[in-house]
Write a protein that binds this ligand. Structure first.
Ligand SMILES: *[C@@H]1O[C@H](CO)[C@@H](O)[C@H](O)[C@H]1NC(C)=O
Ligand SMILES: *[C@@H]1O[C@H](CO)[C@@H](O)[C@H](O)[C@H]1NC(C)=O
Ligand SMILES: *[C@@H]1O[C@H](CO)[C@@H](O)[C@H](O)[C@H]1NC(C)=O
Ligand SMILES: *[C@@H]1O[C@H](CO)[C@@H](O)[C@H](O)[C@H]1NC(C)=O
Ligand SMILES: *[C@@H]1O[C@H](CO)[C@@H](O)[C@H](O)[C@H]1NC(C)=O
Ligand SMILES: *[C@@H]1O[C@H](CO)[C@@H](O)[C@H](O)[C@H]1NC(C)=O
Ligand SMILES: *[C@@H]1O[C@H](CO)[C@@H](O)[C@H](O)[C@H]1NC(C)=O
Length: 381
């Protein structure tokens, strides 16, 4: 029985269980959208840490400065796009909007999605001429049960990181997205802008002001049914409550924040921004407000490279395709594609060209968050 009999063999059972036990009781378990490979490696302890920055300088060359004669090397992104039941088409569209031969992609449907949907996704990827030729799209077909807010959500993400690390060694940032996310800039613009950044920066939204979460999220001991059953249900609390930890400080919005902010060597690398446009209803619900064409102006004004969350094929996605990505229906986001050749096309010649509107928005965002006074002060406290 193909998928269903596959055992859950964690790649890093120890890492996962110890991190899960200690840190993950905290809050909403968001690893942060854009996480540096350096940090992930240090957490996994696979390779020695290559962190070099001491917090005094954050970038190789400041944006808006005259471009260097030899542009810095292009970074590579490793994307996880995860989905659940009914998400195949949505995930497929997001993958097309995000695809660039220079990056890596791992896609995953959780165990709540039926076998035929998971099979459908795997076949689409393995049968896809370009994906096969370039070889940079992986299906994580060992589907795990993933519970919203539960440790399985983190272990699923770490599992994807582990597979990516195992298959490809040369990426710089891990970007965690869901099928309900969509890019607002092209990958060329993202690569171009991130080329100027130090590779150990993590874009992770966090705060140590736990508020109501201290009592309701950090103190209860929870059980995540996703760890032992194959049908989806929410995490549940078991008594008695634990005390807040005293050995380390908890940070929302979750797990990476807590790990990173308690490790002095990471503190200078954390940018308190997760690169997403997310809008909350008033009062806030468990899930963010679903974006529509009415949110277009705010979305663009945010300068964020990604937004969530969208309904399948909502008209606003067509607007984004048309105006921001120039993506034709069913196609890829056009760009300077020269798989395997660094610095090719527009990206390679950027010193001669005006940044595109998308790159200008990104540079403004990075300028505001990375070079702001706020960032150069200790971010985790
Ligand atoms: C998962 O995919 C790999 C190839 O990508 C294949 O070899 C393996 O049989 C698949 N596993 C299942 C359970 O389908
Ligand atoms: C990864 O992204 C998903 C989808 O946005 C999110 O729900 C999940 O919490 C993230 N995982 C981690 C470990 O942060
Ligand atoms: C960081 O390194 C620079 C030069 O390498 C040095 O001048 C500076 O004092 C260091 N800052 C800290 C906080 O260690
Ligand atoms: C796609 O892949 C599946 C599984 O490998 C295979 O059974 C199917 O025939 C393929 N379809 C096409 C159109 O190649
Ligand atoms: C957008 O705003 C208009 C006017 O306020 C409203 O009638 C419409 O229902 C909104 N559309 C969506 C999808 O929310
Ligand atoms: C940069 O543009 C020039 C033409 O202006 C072209 O000949 C060259 O191949 C381009 N370089 C790269 C790396 O694409
Ligand atoms: C810096 O922090 C202050 C106070 O928290 C805030 O009002 C301001 O918007 C922040 N600036 C930036 C650029 O984030």
């Amino acid at each position: 029985m193909g998928y269903l009999s596959v055992e859950k063999k964690w790649v890093f059972p120890l890492v996962i269980s110890s991190l899960v036990c200690v840190f993950l009781l905290a809050t909403s378990f968001n690893m942060g959208l854009v996480s540096s490979l350096h940090t992930i490696n240090s957490i996994f302890s696979i390779f020695p840490s290559r962190l070099t920055s001491n917090g005094s300088s954050f970038v190789e060359s400041k944006i808006n400065q005259a471009p260097p004669l030899v542009p810095p090397p292009l970074p590579k992104f490793a994307y996880l796009i995860s989905g659940s039941k009914g998400d195949v088409d949505k995930l497929w569209r997001t993958l097309h909007a995000l695809y660039h031969p220079w990056n890596y992609y791992i896609v995953h449907l959780d165990l709540e999605s039926p076998l035929d949907e998971r099979w459908e996704l795997t076949s689409r990827v393995v049968n896809h001429t370009l994906f096969t030729k370039v070889g940079n799209v992986i299906v994580n077909n060992r589907s795990n049960m993933v519970t919203y807010r539960g440790p399985t959500m983190v272990s699923n993400t770490l599992h994807a990181c582990a597979i990516l690390l195992n298959r490809f060694k040369d990426w710089d940032w891990f970007i965690n997205l869901s099928a309900s996310d969509y890019p607002l800039v092209t990958q060329d613009d993202l690569l171009d802008t991130f080329a100027d950044l130090k590779r150990d920066l993590n874009f992770v939204e966090h705060t140590s002001d736990l508020g109501w979460k201290a009592a309701q999220r950090a103190m209860p001991l929870i059980i995540d049914p996703g760890l032992y059953q194959t049908t989806k249900s929410d995490v549940f609390a078991v008594g008695p409550k634990r005390n807040l930890p005293t050995a380390f400080k908890l940070f929302t919005e979750g797990y990476f924040q807590t790990v990173i902010c308690n490790a002095p060597q990471f503190v200078p690398t954390v940018v308190n921004h997760d690169m997403h446009y997310i809008s909350w209803d008033n009062p806030p619900q468990q899930h963010p407000h679903t974006l529509s064409v009415n949110d277009t102006a705010d979305m663009i004004a945010s300068d964020a490279p990604f937004a969530r969350k969208f309904r399948t094929d909502d008209p606003v996605l067509d607007q984004i395709d048309l105006n921001l990505l120039r993506r034709k229906k069913g196609g890829f986001t056009p760009g300077g594609w020269c798989a395997g050749k660094p610095r090719c096309s527009r990206v390679g010649n950027r010193s001669k060209l005006r940044p595109s509107p998308g790159a200008q928005r990104l540079q403004r965002l990075i300028g505001n968050i990375v070079f702001s006074e706020n960032f150069t002060k200790a971010q985790c406290f």
